[in-house]
Design a protein around this ligand. Sequence first.
Ligand code: XIL
Length: 375
Amino acid sequence: MLNRRFMAVSALVAASLGAAAQAPTPLKEAYKGDFLIGAAINTPQITGQDSRGDAIIEAQFDTISPENALKWERIHPKPDTYDFTLADQYVAFGEKHHMFIVGHCLVWHNQVPDWVFRDDKGNFVDRATLLKRMHDHISTIVGRYKGRIQSWDVVNEALNEDGTLRQSPWLKIIGEDYIAKAFQYAHEADPQAQLTYNDYSLENEPKRNGALALIAKLKAQGVPVTSVGLQGHDSLTWPSVEDQDATISDFAKLGVKVVISELDVDVLPSVTHQQTAEVSLKVQQEPKLNPYANGLPQSVQQELAQRYADLFRVYLKHRDVVTRVTFWGVTDGDSWRNDWPVKGRTSYPLLFDRSGQPKPAFQAAIRVAADAKTK
Ligand code: XIL
């Protein structure tokens, strides 16, 4: 252990001494032995059309998530049509680089075609029909990538902000047990796969309590939930370090692992009174909502670096239960935050800038890992 630490520290010292040719320590090396570090990757990255992005992914990350490639509307656009082209390339990319491959996501209320819930006349189908469709979808996709996709986001965003179950078509048509069924079907299709309940804003107490009750209930019923995904669509001030810390501890007590599944930190003005990541939200663009269109001031750059350091210190503190930290995108230019919830803003939420260079926030994240290893 000491030896390993010594070697890791020497490597970092060597890197920071900055022999010109020496590349900085990659994130995945800095956090080796703590948790995996990942990124959600997009179509150009999956298909090799973004060579600059691919080079960053290969160098920095040991796990990938598909930003959109495996969502229902992409992979199963019509009742009898599955399109695996992009998903196959995504999995092949991960295998080529020996990465831990995440599947996202099986059951969600967004990016799912309307036909899933309706009959020929446009009415909602009955419970048995929707359960069958859900089963076909899950068994086909999880079955196809059995043993190759190591972790699935089985149910995404089933909760309201007050912790009650969201009135999605899944809930309305099937009833509360749609969640348990989805996990059972996924487990049947690949008994080895890690299975995650994934959601945003679980750091807020009412929603967190709802999620804790949900997971406790599923575990009591023997439903194979292995982890909770805290999406981590954060801001400079939300969640507080204390809330992040308490949230991870609370889920750990239930005996599930915690993953930070979609991390990004927004520096732009907030347009909602409550922190959300509801993708259907749309807010009109106004110049005052896009203050850094010509670049990020140094002061905000430093604030972002500090914020990332604070968050990574919390994740590290819980390295026994946090198994993975995945960024939702590679560079700032790739981020969904440029178009959500306001279209056409210039956002700076990630660790690599628009030209693919590491930002001060990158160095801050590396420093947190190095400091922990010298202690
Ligand atoms: C986002 C993608 O990043 C966008 O490209 C897409 O247009 C909408 O979805 N929570 C999730 C992710 O679980 O799937 C969402 O991804 C972001 C919020």
